[in-house]
Design a protein around this ligand. Structure first.
Ligand code: PBG
Length: 305
């Protein structure tokens, strides 16, 4: 009765990896219990988790082919765009978020356009804007840029406003750290950079004042929700963002956080379900309004509505 922090399915956003084809449901080796799903299967999964009371899904795409400009990422018939349409047709209440980033679609695996061996910030903004608009046109409720280019929230906001999507909110991956915890995701999305790393655009794990500066810029550019990522190693950052800004805060319990818990559970070293509930509670206690987590389905089944 007097418990201060609650986790309910409505607080959770479930990440789905969408692959081309039909009837595809392939377990992801680095993320046991998660699947590559074709758009029809993604719609089925979304329908099921909607029935469990989960608040939303966020979609990541595995394109048919990759190229230096990530063109499938903003194609009207791209996998994510198709999955958004299928999920919107199948669900009533579930919120559909889309991840907006080039790295899943580029042959080099970077989150931006490459020239002279470097990621170029400003030319990337145009492509991210096209991707966000194509997601909104397909029916996405919320777009979520995860690339960490400077100025992308403002660029996406303008592009949405100019194309008739003034009411589509932006969940900004505002404080996204250059983290080793993304390893399993990069295997799942085949998005490991082919050269260099992401430290030129993602943040140094040692910095929290820099995180607040990044968040402030996104707020000024028009972000509607703010994300801190990863979650458990950055609880202090979640708390600082929550206390300083008056927008909803999301935290992403990322692939490595999930995979670690799965691994120790499989080894019999700790109990996975207890770790799941304790970590989700800790992330909420630190100030997260919503949590993106690969545990969403399992947690919802455990917690009930
Ligand atoms: C794309 C993106 C990444 C994640 C979400 N969007 C990977 C990265 O930055 O390399 C990571 C999610 C996870 O690890 O679960 N930029």
């Amino acid at each position: 009765m007097v418990r201060e922090t609650r986790v309910t399915p409505a607080h959770l956003i479930y990440p789905l990896f969408v692959a081309p084809g039909q009837g595809v449901r392939r377990e992801i080796p680095s993320l046991p219990g998660c699947f590559h799903l074709s758009p029809d299967e993604a719609a089925r999964e979304a329908r099921e988790v909607e029935g469990l009371g989960i608040g939303g899904v966020i979609l990541f795409g595995l394109p048919k082919g990759k190229d230096p400009l990530g063109t499938e990422g903003y194609a009207e018939d791209g996998v994510v765009q198709e999955a958004v349409r299928a999920i919107r047709a199948a669900c009533r209440d579930l919120l559909v978020f889309t991840d907006v980033c080039l790295c899943e679609y580029t042959s080099h695996g970077h989150c931006g356009v490459i020239a002279d061996g470097e990621v170029k910030n400003d030319p990337t903004l145009e492509l991210l804007s096209r991707m966000a608009v194509s997601h909104a046109r397909a029916g996405a409720h919320v777009v979520a840029p995860s690339d960490m280019m400077d100025g992308r929230v403002g660029a996406i906001r303008r592009a949405l406003d100019e194309t008739g999507f003034a009411d589509t909110p932006i969940l900004s991956y505002a404080a996204k750290y250059a983290s080793a915890f993304y390893g399993p995701f990069r295997e799942a999305a085949d998005s490991t950079p082919q050269f260099g790393d992401r430290r030129g655009y993602q943040m140094d794990p040692a910095n929290v004042r820099e995180a607040l500066r990044e968040v402030r810029l996104d707020v000024q550019e028009g972000a509607d929700m703010l994300m801190v990522k990863p979650a458990l190693p950055y609880l202090d950052v979640i708390r600082r963002v929550k206390d300083r800004f008056d927008l909803p805060v999301a935290a992403y319990q990322v692939s490595g956080e999930y995979a670690m818990i799965q691994a120790v559970d499989r080894n019999g070293w700790m109990e996975g379900e207890a770790l799941m509930l304790e970590t989700l509670t800790a992330i909420r206690r630190a100030g997260a309004d919503v949590i993106l987590t690969y545990f969403a389905r399992q947690a919802a089944e455990t917690l009930g509505r």
